[in-house]
Ligand binder design. Structure first.
Ligand code: FES
Ligand SMILES: [Fe+2]
Length: 352
């Protein structure tokens, strides 16, 4: 653990994405740091996921440098051979006739596999509340040729990435000519509360030509369209985005539509795991998929990521509100979410 660094205040009673479910094959150890905690993940023989603090309690070797044993039922430390099961209990010692020291216990976490993702509960495993995992099942049915998934480690505070997805007026500038058409800046955002842990932001516009990626797949190109963009934030930093366009006055079903996840999990104060998973109802073939994959990868890795990292650099570690950010109409939803997250974290702190 990073004991010497100041600890960030994270929302604890919440689910964070830890990765794609298919990143974790059986008989494999996966090391990943989430919320300042180095973790090691592995699949038990029944397919369920174990997550332990990636630090042996003997001399603090990373357990992820050891090996998986008993078909995934345990992990053996690579230094002196203590073996721990998925609950963190030491189940084997090659020393002292097999006597197991009382203190040989590793902290275990609750991790679930849901909708093709690994979900990490950042508080006591006994209090994990499955009902708080957002329903992303809709993406599971998408064709492989209409799916783009990726991962981008990004050198910024996770909330800058949340801002990025919740204030999509940036597409008109940062992604001008590809994802942006100018329509987002002109559309008025409607912000709706979805209980304590959710906010939806919708931008609707009429009359603009659709961005190229949509326009190419409409029945006629270069025509005025009706466009919709709806993003749903679920605490702490998980976002589902629906974006589409149809020829002006026509039903949504006649147009093109995409459904995507943008999932941010803090690795540490200035580092974020960013997973994106995009599906759509059009261009369902390998050639179109390769072109859209290239477009999205360029936008996210060559435009969003450098901007987020540059923002982080300019902020220099200062607290966001202390810099007195200018507020614009387009960031109403992002600001509401920041305040909501602050309130949720504050309420948890007050209870403890
Ligand atoms: S450090 Fe793990 S057994 Fe010694
Ligand atoms: Fe972007």
């Amino acid at each position: 653990m990073t004991d010497k660094e100041p600890k960030m205040n994270y929302l604890r009673r919440a689910w964070y994405v830890a990765g794609y479910a298919d990143e974790l094959a059986s008989e494999q150890l996966l090391a990943r740091t989430l919320l300042d905690e180095p973790l090691v993940f592995f699949r038990r023989p029944d397919g369920s996921i174990a997550a332990l603090l990636d630090r042996c309690p003997h001399r603090f070797a990373p357990l992820s440098a050891g090996k998986i044993c008993d078909n995934g039922a345990s992990v053996q430390c690579g230094y002196h051979g203590l073996r721990f099961d998925g609950s963190g209990a030491c189940v084997h010692s090659p020393h002292a006739d097999g006597a197991i020291p009382k203190a040989a216990v590793v902290k275990a976490y609750s991790v679930l596999e849901r909708h093709g993702l690994l979900w990490f509960w950042a508080d006591d495993a006994s209090e994990a509340d499955e009902s708080l995992i957002p329903d992303y099942s809709k993406l599971n049915g998408a064709a492989e040729d209409a799916t783009v998934r990726g991962y981008l480690p990004t050198g910024c505070d996770y909330r800058l990435l949340v801002d990025n997805i919740l204030d999509l007026t940036h597409v008109d500038y940062l992604h001008a000519g590809t994802l942006g058409s100018g329509a987002m800046t002109r559309a008025k955002a409607q912000v709706t509360d979805l209980g304590e842990r959710g906010v939806r932001i919708a931008w609707l516009s009429s009359g603009d030509k659709a961005p190229a990626v949509f326009d190419n797949s409409l029945r006629q190109q270069g025509q005025p369209t009706d466009q919709w963009t709806e993003v749903t934030w679920t605490a702490p930093a998980n976002m589902m985005l629906q974006v589409g366009a149809t020829l002006a006055g026509e039903s949504r079903q006649l147009g093109v539509d995409s459904l995507a996840l943008h999932l941010a999990t803090p690795e540490s104060a200035g580092r974020t795991h960013y997973w994106y998973w995009s599906t759509r109802t059009f261009g369902i073939d390998p050639h179109a998929n390769a072109a859209i994959k290239a477009l999205l990868e360029f936008a996210f890795s060559q435009q969003d990521k450098p901007m987020l990292e540059a923002q982080q650099g300019r902020m220099g570690g200062a607290e966001f509100w202390s810099l007195k950010p200018v507020l614009l109409p387009g960031d109403a939803g992002a600001v509401r979410v920041r305040r909501r997250l602050d309130a949720l974290i504050g309420a948890e702190g007050a209870e403890r």
